[in-house]
Every structure is written in structure tokens, then in C-alpha cells.
Design a protein around this ligand. Structure first.
Ligand code: FE2
Length: 205
């Protein structure tokens, strides 16, 4: 996009970026592709900053605003990263095969699957959508759509765009990439066991 579009990385809030870095320390410790790692931090920082949040931890620990919460949003992001990596590594181990995915890319995809949530949970905008869904829709955008916008602005690769946009039930309209399929089951594989373990209300979309 070069000359037509510039992402002003210098305008990202360093305090928010430091908070994201702390939340995603697993990525700092495990990702070899440092350029991709930095873009993951950029994307979370931008989404939080544009929507009035200072840290992933400030957002409720739920899958959607109507659902039960457990812990905060960082617990969810971390479990989806851990579970995505363990699904892929367990498959490699049990089948003794290399399935050809890039583990750095899988980490980035898992870390960013819900990067659109700061908008869906926006504390100023959401009440406006609730009060006037005729005008805005409710929600105005679900997190997958907003996540694609953020990932695109931050120059993340196509694999991440597909996972942001389709890890969720929106994915039933397309063929998800393999990263997206893993993240989808890691996501459901955290919510539905938690629903039974902790008696949570987790709607099945
Ligand atoms: Fe999720």
C-alpha cells in the first residue's frame, strides 16, 4: 500500500504497548520472527487505543458481551495461544509428521484472533448501539470484522486476516485456512469446557 496508505506506528501509546507486551510475554519468549511479533503488539495496541482501553486485562473475560465472564480477556487470549500450539504440536507428535505450518504464524494468529474485541466491547459506543440499533446495528461490528480492519491497517499477513475474520461462526461461510481451523477449535475448546466446569452461560452461535 506504500505511498497510498501509512500506518503511523509512532502514534501508538507506549504505555498500552508495554502492557500488551507484558500480557503476551509467551510470544516474546517463543516467536523467532521478530517482525511478525512486533506487528502483533502494534495490532493489539492500536485496537485498545482506538477504543478507550489501556490493557487487554481491562476487558471482561467473555467471548461476547452477552456471555458469562471468567477472569479477564487476557486469560482467554492466553488459553487460545496455549491450546492452539498444543493442538498443532500434539498432532505432529502423535502422527510423527510435519504438517507444514509456521509455528510463529500460528502464535500470531492465535494471539490476534480476538483483536477486534476492544471495539465490540467499547464502553462508549456499545450503549449507543443498544439504544439505537436501528441506526447502528447491534453490535455495529462483531469482533471478527473489526479485527480484520485492525490487522489490515497494521500490515499483518493474509493468514492473520483469515483467522481474525473467520475463527468464529462467520467461518461457516468459507473454507478456513489451517491456522484458522486450529484457532477455531482452540477457542471453542476453551469456552465449552469452561461452561461445564464453571457453570457459565456460553451461547453456541
Ligand atoms: Fe476467542
Amino acid at each position: 500500500m506504500g505511498d497510498l496508505f501509512t500506518f503511523h506506528k509512532e502514534n501508538l501509546d507506549p504505555e498500552i504497548r508495554a502492557n500488551v507486551k507484558k500480557t503476551l510475554v509467551y510470544l516474546d519468549e517463543n516467536m523467532k520472527d521478530r517482525e511478525l511479533y512486533e506487528k502483533v503488539l502494534d495490532a493489539w495496541t492500536l485496537s485498545l487505543q482506538l477504543n478507550g482501553w489501556k490493557a487487554i486485562e481491562e476487558m471482561p473475560g467473555s467471548g461476547m458481551p452477552e456471555a458469562s465472564a471468567l477472569g479477564d480477556q487476557s486469560n482467554h487470549i492466553l488459553v487460545v495461544i496455549y491450546t492452539s500450539m498444543s493442538i498443532y504440536r500434539n498432532l505432529k507428535k502423535a502422527y510423527n509428521m510435519d504438517f507444514g505450518l509456521n509455528e510463529d504464524m500460528l502464535m500470531a494468529c492465535a494471539a490476534l484472533h480476538d483483536v477486534g474485541k476492544p471495539y465490540e466491547y467499547n464502553r462508549e459506543l456499545r450503549p449507543q448501539w443498544v439504544a439505537n440499533d436501528k441506526e447502528f446495528g447491534l453490535p455495529n461490528l462483531r469482533h471478527p470484522s473489526y479485527g480484520v480492519f485492525i490487522a489490515g491497517v497494521c500490515g499483518l499477513p493474509q493468514e492473520v486476516l483469515n483467522v481474525c475474520g473467520y475463527h468464529s461462526p462467520e467461518g461457516r461461510f468459507i473454507k478456513r485456512c489451517a491456522y484458522g481451523e486450529i484457532v477455531h477449535y482452540a477457542d471453542d475448546g476453551s469456552w465449552f469446557p469452561l461452561a461445564r466446569l464453571c457453570n457459565l452461560n456460553i451461547p453456541k452461535l
